[in-house]
Design a protein around this ligand. Sequence first.
Ligand code: NDP
Ligand code: MG
Length: 402
Amino acid sequence: MQNLCVLGATGSIGDSTLDVVRRHPDKYNVRSLSAYSSVAKMLTLCQEFLPDIVVLVKPDAAKALKRQLDALSLEHIVVHSGEQALIDIASCDKTQVVMSAIVGASGLLPTLAAVKHDKRVLLANKEALVTSGQIFIDALKNSKAELLPIDSEHNAIFQCLPEYQQRHIGQARIEDSGISKILLTGSGGPFRTTPLEQFDDITPAQACAHPNWDMGRKISVDSATMMNKGLEFIEAKWLFNLQPDDIQVVLHPQSTIHSMVQYKDGSVIAQMGNPDMRTPIAHAMAFPDRIESGVEPFDFFSCKNFEFGQADFARYPNLKLAIDACRSGQGACTALNAANEISVDAFLNEKIKFTDISKVNEHVMQKFMDVDITCIDDVVALDRQARDAAHQWVSKLLEQKA
Ligand code: NDP
Ligand code: MG
C-alpha cells in the first residue's frame, strides 16, 4: 500500500488521478490532497477518500472547509492553508508518491520539495520544470526521488525509451542508446484550420473547447496557441537531456500517437491510445508494472485518418517563442512562462484578445532573456518581475482599447 499526496486534487489531472486510485483501493491510500480555494469539491473528495490532511491555500476557504468537515463528523481530517502547507504535505515522511498537478509556477516549490524528499514524483505540472530547468534536474540527481512524466507526450516518450534511459531521467545521453530524434506530437488545437483573419475574434469558450482532450482552462488556451507544445518542448529538453535540435514537433490532429522516438537504424517507436490522461497516470503510478486505468481499449477500425504535418509559426507564434526561449536559456524560459500565465489569464477574463497573448509574451521574454538564473531564489524573483511586467503590458493594451 502506497500513501499518495495529490497536489491540485480538484483539477482535471486531479480528477483523473483519483479515478485511477478509486479502481485500486488495495494499492493506493490517499494521505493528503490540495487545492487553491475549491471548498465544495474538496469536501466531496474528503468524504470519499478520507485523507489525513488537506490544504486549501486560501485561508478563508480552508476555514470554510474545516467548518463543513466538522459538521459531517469528519473532524479528524486536518485542514491547513498557505503555501508552506503545500511544501509540508509534499515532503511528509508518511507519503511515498506525490502527484504534482497544480497549474502554473505555483507548483514549483512543493514539487521540488517532493523531489528533495525522495518521493516518486508524478510530474504533470510542466511549468515547474520549465521555470527551473537545470536546478530541478540537479535536485533530482542529488536525491533518491523517482521522476515519472505524466504529460501524455513525455509519458509516451518515456514508454518508448530503453530501460537505461528510463532509470536515468534527466541524465542519460540519448546517443548512448542509438536515439536520433524525439518526435513530439501535438494536435494543433481547435484553430488548426481557422483562417488567420478570424484569430482576433476568438473567444475564451472557443479556445477552451479542445477537439480531443478535456483539460483545465489554462492548458486548454495553451493548446490553442500551441504554447503548450512550446512548454513541452522545454520540458522534453530537461526530462530527456536533449539539445533543441534533437526535438521535432509533429502535428497529428487525431492525438492517437502521443509521441515517438526515432532510432538511428530507422526504427520509430510510438506510444498510442485513446486521448485520456488516465493512461499516463496509471502507467506512472504503477511503473514498472501495469494496472487498469478505466480507459477503453483503442479501436483501430474506427480510426479513419492518421495525419501528420508541420506546425506553422505564423499560426502559432507562441510555439516559436518557446523554442527560441529554449535555445536562449533559463532567463527566457522562466520569463516566458510567467508572462504566459498572466496573458492567458487576461485573455480568459476577456481583457485582451487571443492574438495579444503572444505580444505580451514576446515583450516580457525579450526584456528578461539575459537574466542569469543560478538558484531557486533567482527563479522566484524573475518569475515575480516577469509577472509584473506582463501585468503592465496588459494594462497598456487595455488603455489602447479604451
Ligand atoms: P486545472 O485548472 O484543472 O486544476 C488546477 C489545480 O491546481 C486545481 O486543483 C486548483 O485548485 C489548483 N491550483 C490553482 N492555482 C493554484 C495555486 N496558486 N496554488 C495551489 N494550487 C492551485 O488544471 P489541470 O489539471 O488541467 O492541469 C494541472 C497541471 O497539469 C498543469 O500544469 C497542466 O499543464 C498539466 N497537464 C494537464 C493535462 C490535462 O489533461 N489537464 C495534460 C498534461 C499536463 P482550485 O480548484 O481550488 O482552483
Ligand atoms: Mg501534453
